[in-house]
Design a protein. Structure first.
Length: 315
């Protein structure tokens, strides 16, 4: 029986810009990364490209920003695998080492004439608007716009990957985390952060405009997932109808008294059966189709509900 699959990053606009050719050299840089980090870089680039489109950025900036996103974690080439691939929580000392991937990536890009134009992605993608980011603790006015976009894409994909979503069901919880990171520091934190400039205490880590734009991207993706699931449901309905006809023929065959009639219905059944389907497994297959239909209908209901939740979110 056929099955439907969904890829969070399948619906991308990268090809429309013919970025594969223009980024061939830059993409080759990712070959040395571990599989997980490479996939993360590709995901962040795809999401960054789409965010740029929804933000109505021009083609040149979108291409530039997308390449920056591909290279944003290139500095992890120099992070020890014992830290980079550690399954548990990092110690403070290990986290300090991990944070150096920003400057390491920047230095790598600056030493390569082909990569130098895209060094901003590597250096600035962990900076926060309120000055609480790293490596330099910059504030909004000093953080390049491309880095602000990549930061949101980076955080979103990190949570999605960690939670191993197979569908957008429950994805609103991820967006709520990003919303929290757009909120200003609490009063308690403000009093402790004496060096924070007053105007920056009104800011969170993430740019709220970009986070709101992410909502639009996610809602569009949920609609795409609904469309894919509905197509599979339509296929299931056809197969259920086919099996209802097969079951009618089976019943008539079993109740037929003449061999001629039995053979007539048997031939009709054979015409309706697909490869690997037999009368012996008829009941099992029929029940599988009905269960798959019921499950996918519930998924669609849940996805529509997810859209309702996201539309009520406020940044």
């Amino acid at each position: 029986m056929a099955n439907d699959t969904f890829d969070f990053y399948d619906k991308t606009s990268l090809k429309s810009y013919n970025l594969d050719q223009s980024m061939r050299y830059q993409l080759n840089m990712l070959d040395s990364l571990d599989v997980f980090t490479r996939k993360h870089c590709e995901n962040v680039a795809s999401l960054t490209c789409r965010l740029c489109e929804y933000l109505h950025c021009d083609k040149g900036f979108t291409q530039y920003c997308t390449i920056c996103a591909y290279l944003h974690d290139i500095g992890k080439l120099f992070i020890p695998s014992s830290i980079l691939q550690k399954p548990g929580k990092l110690t403070n000392e290990e986290y300090d080492v991990m944070k150096t991937h920003t400057t390491l990536g920047y230095n790598m890009c600056m030493k390569d004439l082909e990569l130098r134009p895209y060094a901003n992605g590597a250096l600035y993608h962990h900076e926060a608007l309120n000055g609480t980011g790293y490596p330099n603790g910059l504030t909004k006015k000093d953080i390049p716009y491309e880095a602000q976009i990549i930061r949101v894409a980076d955080e979103y994909d990190a949570i999605v990957s960690k939670r191993q979503y197979k569908s957008h069901i429950g994805i609103s919880d991820t967006l709520k985390i990003l919303i929290e990171d757009t909120k200003p520091l609490s009063k308690t934190k403000k009093s402790d952060a004496l060096t924070t400039v007053a105007e920056n205490t009104k800011l969170g880590k993430n740019n709220p405009v970009i986070v709101r734009t992410l909502f639009k991207v996610v809602i569009d993706d949920i609609g795409y997932e609904i469309s894919l699931t509905q197509s599979y449901i339509d296929e299931l309905k056809q197969n259920i109808k086919r099996w209802e006809q097969i079951n009618k023929y089976i019943d008539k065959m079993n109740h037929a008294k003449k061999d001629k009639d039995k053979n007539y219905y048997y031939e009709g059944i054979k015409l309706l059966l697909k490869p690997d389907e037999t009368l012996e497994n008829a009941n099992v297959i029929y029940e599988q189709y009905k269960e798959a239909y019921k499950t996918r209908k519930q998924i669609i209901d849940n996805l529509y509900n997810e859209i309702k939740i996201i539309k009520k979110l406020r940044v």
